[in-house]
Design a protein around this ligand. Sequence first.
Ligand code: JHZ
Length: 410
Amino acid sequence: MSAIERCRVTGSTDLQPFLDLGDTPLADALVDPDNRPENEAHFPLELCFCPESKLVQITHDVDPEVMFVDNYLYFSSFSDQVAQHTRAHAEQLVESRGLGPDSLVVELASNDGYLLRHFVELGIPVLGIDPAPDQAAAAREKGVPTLEEFFGVELAERLVAEGKQADVIIANNVMAHIPDPNDFVGGMKTLLADDGVITVENPYVKTLIDHCEFDTIYHEHYFYWSCQSVDVLTRRNSLVLNDVQHFPELHGGTLRWWIGHHEDRSDAVLSYLADEKAAGLDTFEYYADFGRRVDGVRAELKRLLSELRAEGARIVGYGAAAKGATLLNATGIGTDLVEYVVDRNPHKQGLLMPGTRQPIKDPSFLVEDRPDYVLLLAWNFEKEILDQQSDYREQGGRFIRPVPWPEVVA
Ligand code: JHZ
């Protein structure tokens, strides 16, 4: 672990800190029950803003190998919403780009093959790239050829030397996870065919700030992107941000950026850039009072849970999500307030939440155990989870949503 001195995009030393969440464990490093608490490593979790790149980033680096190879249990295929979203994206790309058996679609951070499998089903050649071993193995089982490596210029040059050029490069929920964005985007530039297209999805920093989604801050997320900061990064790497789409329901508010070698800018991109400028996303002032607002949410959540506990209610959590780990640790919610957490990913069940050490169980346990309240740690899947938990709700079970402001929602 090391503190950064320079912006990871521009190299500027003018880094302006605006939120300190204290020392927290790695959000996806779920703990074996035999591990003693004192063996769990904690790292500073702090955000800063760089006026030159207009990019929000964390101030301390943790080795990506530790996060994405040794401790990564996130499988993309556990949400029906994500499955529908990605199928629609694949179909749109096949149609709009006229993809066929001579095309190549490359996905960076292809996880368990949740997206590329749709192209495989249509006979379109694909290549997945992901350093996480279990996810890469799951992808190969779906028929998705996967290179178990980190992506950057060096790998892109190797692929080009093998005669590969991508007609489409997809990078979903990975632009936050790369310690060197110039190397990553430089690799995209190298691998992309002249008339090819890159699509990048990532949660939108404006939604994070406006909706106080502070729990989506963790060490895996080095960066919190806006259209302005993507514009700076792509220009520096001789690419052009040409279009943008908004998916307000996905991961708490996601943007999809369309990037290419040649300029062909949509009205949407121009209006996003203008709106961000008008809102001041390129100034420190926009971020300055975020820490105070986060303090308000943390205090209110603790107050609400403590009051319910004092009345004798039993509370558990839903979703052993990375954001759940930040929420519990940064708010100081131990097993005295939230007893255990349920999650339908079997790789997570049987382990403990990092730091706060709630045991992780199968969601079917809710109906059996009948706790009074469930804190929605994976609040981004509120609708999907509430629909799925109708039996528990019919028994009188209630759900609490922690952000943008803690409230009992059902
Ligand atoms: P979920 C992930 O963050 C990881 P996390 C990553 N770092 C990232 O960038 C963001 O996504 C975008 C479970 N679940 O997706 C599955 C159920 O149990 O909000 C997950 O363990 N039942 C790449 O970890 C967790 O909840 C369900 O019905 O914060 C959700 O984690 C559903 C829908 C999910 O992401």
